[in-house]
Write a protein that binds this ligand. Sequence first.
Ligand code: TPP
Length: 364
Amino acid sequence: MRFLDEQGALTSSEANESCAEYAAEVDEQLLRRCYEEMVLARSFDSSAAALQRQGELALWVPNIGQEGCQVGAALALRDQDWVVPSYRELAIARIRGVPWQDIIALFRGTSHGAWDWRATRFHQYTLVIGAQASHGVGFAWGRALDGASGHGDREHDEAVLTCFGDGATSEGAVSEAMVFAASFSTPNVFLCQNNGWAISVPSSVQASAPLAERARGFGLAAYRVDGNDPIAVYAAVRSLMDRARKGEGPGFVEAVTFRMGAHTSSDDPTKYRDDDIVQRWARRDPILRVRRRLIALGCGQEFFSEVDDRAAEEASQLRSGIRALPDPESMDMFRNVYTEPHPLVEAEAQWMREYLAEEEAHHG
Ligand SMILES: Cc1ncc(C[n+]2csc(CCOP(=O)(O)OP(=O)(O)O)c2C)c(N)n1
């Protein structure tokens, strides 16, 4: 399904009626917001990648190329909705209000990854591939049992968006999560960003048929959309979230996109893929196509310059702010391991206390 083609022209290929209605909600104002969020996320991403190379971050997970999927999906959420992410959802995290300091501290290794998931309704990143699919279903089911959804109230009922990649669909947890969600009609929508690669393994090895078809086999309502068309992602996610929140069953969106960068800063994609394919996908860039659409709608240079200025301002704040982020206390690593005190953790903490005291005595 696609609403915005590569030239930024409107189309409605393979769109169903319900999605077309949701797509029509994306007026010029929302499209401007979409453009701005994509540009800001890309700018943040490239600054963070550079800071990783300068030794300021232990690792970075590039997001470039996937802004269309992520911004389309995040703008489709209602305030009361929840997100259970993988580790590549930078643009969604930003839109849900996760502070940049919290995202950066995670990759700087100075926090245990804690942002306020209750306030942002954006759960912690999960690095164990596919595990968050089960977490998302358990969480949604629990909330539904607590009475937070299923009343048919679009403005208040909650639904949960769980994100993973094409590679994750080969994990048992993802299949199990879909079976459970379909059997118990939990208020879940799964967003699979099919970005072509699971590190060096192409998505053709994960699935010989479209992943959306696999989801249909589990009993989910599923759409396969152009992931570089934020309007298509918005329409698919918003319609399935509304359906799920009413108690009509879970949904699945396969957003077909491309990971333009490396898997992480530890990866070198030139070892396993040709530059031709990267160049082909560059022509389908989500930012470029929304920009073309906005120009066709009469949006002037002033708006684009303002967005660029804001991106430059944020990037400069990131560069100057990063070194001011506090280092953690050594003893922090023993906190938040278990809810209740645990004798093994306590013994290790005691060892550390003695070690630090000895160091202090020797070196002052
Ligand atoms: C259970 C598990 N197995 C393997 C890994 C190593 N690993 C990290 S990322 C990754 C590929 C994931 O690809 P995909 O799900 O397509 O997501 P993407 O990184 O492309 O967004 C693998 C195998 C892991 N983190 N967890």
